[in-house]
Ligand binder design. Structure first.
Ligand code: PA5
Length: 452
């Protein structure tokens, strides 16, 4: 069916009393968003057009087909932040959790390794794992700026490993800005295939471009359906107004919660397949909205696991949180009538794990609500390519709308850029000599430290 149901009852005063958002406040905020949205429709941000433009779909498909015929065993993806989180989210949601472990779960597709960190321990281990089949490895390097030191240094390593195998140029794909950056220079010199990030689409808003979709095409995931889901959500947001519009309602509630001091947004999927989605939105919300001393703090919790780790805090701790629950469960795993001599476990016998999972989700909602902790929930009837595309688009729009309410530019990240400059300066990049001296000065200040 592909439905997503949003329930906001427990963020309103009827549910959580004074911790809820009053009807009037909500209506006024939604009206502001509606007004802003009519301006956006007249002059949309480039990411908003992606579901209809289907940027480089033909190029992605033909490149994926060509690579698919090479008998590839490993796919190594180099990228960080907005350049890798979308793919990780899609793989978590739509590939088998044991894809890498057994051939029968991957149906002829390659194993995948997403190197979103340069921790040498993990990098070394991945290199050892793929090296025996380096001639059957495809490398996808993603960097919009083409300048990110983490990604470029990883590329330097993998290029040298791969160049010993024949035809390696055919197995390296770069995804980057149309013109700018080192990756374009490298591609021009070495003849690697290039796909692009469309103009004006920032890293964390790029999941519906080759950044997120080409790695899907390589794994046989249906990028048309994912895009159709995004287009369906775009149509919903355009068609419905006021409190019928999912994006307006979520953006208004999250912002008003932030204003009321409930500025910790806990993203809590009851669905392991949506674990990556929580990471993806955590980055989108933090990097887009955390500016000028403003911005909510997104964090992630896993249902049911974190009921036994974080829930105590959410129920009885400070009322500084709004919990965003996601739920989806379709598979059935029957619980047999074992230990039939024990009355204490009879309530579980002949039930299904799906029922228990649902009861736990509802139990959490109830206990949060009874304690006055506001929560909203999104229930997906199924985790599909279509629904995932819709969720991506929905939460990108939510972020954009929240940026308007908070009064920040959701599309830059000056705080991240500064860190990149410090790193490059410390590593001795030409032209950053002044920054290097400044960094050394800062680091030479006496530290207050304890050594064990
Ligand atoms: O969302 C963003 O803009 C960032 O998270 C970037 O994706 C991240 O910093 C990586 O940048 P790049 O794609 O230029 O390597």
């Amino acid at each position: 069916m592909n439905t997503i149901t949003l329930d906001i009852t427990n963020a309103l005063p009827d549910g959580v009393g004074e911790n809820g958002i009053g009807r009037k406040e909500l209506e006024e905020t939604i009206a502001r968003l509606s007004e802003h949205f009519s301006k956006l429709i007249a002059s949309p941000m480039p990411f908003m057009m992606l579901p209809s433009t289907r940027f480089q779909f033909d190029e992605m498909r033909s490149l994926a087909d060509k690579i698919g015929k090479m008998g590839i065993k490993n796919m190594v993806l180099l990228g960080i932040g907005g350049s890798s989180l979308g793919t990780q989210t899609i793989y978590d949601a739509l590939l088998d959790p044991f894809h890498n472990h057994e051939e029968r779960f991957r149906g002829g597709k390659p194993r995948y390794f997403i190197l979103d960190n340069i921790d040498p321990h993990k990098m070394g281990a991945i290199i050892e794992t793929v090296l025996p089949d380096i001639d059957k490895t495809v490398l996808v390097v993603i960097s919009k700026s083409g300048e990110t030191p983490e990604t470029i240094s990883q590329f330097m390593i993998f290029k040298e490993l791969m160049k010993k195998s024949p035809g390696f140029q055919e197995r390296i794909v770069l995804i980057t800005d149309r013109e700018k950056g080192i990756l374009n220079k490298i591609a021009a010199k070495e003849g690697f295939s290039v796909l692009n990030v469309p103009d004006g689409v920032g890293g964390r808003f790029s999941v519906l471009t080759p950044v997120g979709l080409f790695p899907c095409a390589l794994m046989g995931i249906n990028i048309d359906k994912m895009c159709a889901g995004a287009a369906g959500m775009a149509a919903h947001i355009t068609r419905y107004d006021g409190d019928e519009n999912m994006a307006f309602v979520i953006a208004a509630i999250l912002c008003l919660m932030d204003k009321k001091g409930k500025n910790i947004h806990v993203l809590m999927p009851y669905c392991e397949r949506l674990s990556g989605f929580a990471d993806w939105f955590r980055q989108l919300e933090a990097e887009s909205l955390g500016k000028k001393g403003f911005g909510p703090t997104p964090t992630k919790s896993m249902g049911v696991t974190d009921q036994h780790s974080q829930l105590q805090l959410y129920v009885e701790g400070p009322k500084d949180k709004c919990i965003v629950l996601f739920y989806s469960a379709t598979r059935e795993v029957p619980i047999p009538a074992s230990f039939d001599y024990l009355d204490d476990v009879a309530y579980l016998a002949n039930k299904d794990m799906k029922d228990l999972f649902h009861a736990e989700f509802q139990g959490t909602r109830l206990s949060l609500t009874q304690a006055g902790t506001p929560n909203i929930s999104l229930v997906l009837d199924e985790v599909t390519d279509y629904n995932l595309g819709a969720l991506f688009y929905l939460f990108e729009m939510v972020t954009l709308l929240m940026g308007h309410l908070i009064g920040v530019n959701a599309f830059d990240q000056p705080g991240v850029e500064q860190g990149k400059i410090y790193t490059k300066a410390m590593m001795g990049k030409k032209g950053l000599e002044k920054e290097r001296r400044h960094t050394e000065e800062l680091l030479s200040k006496p530290a207050k430290a304890i050594v064990f």
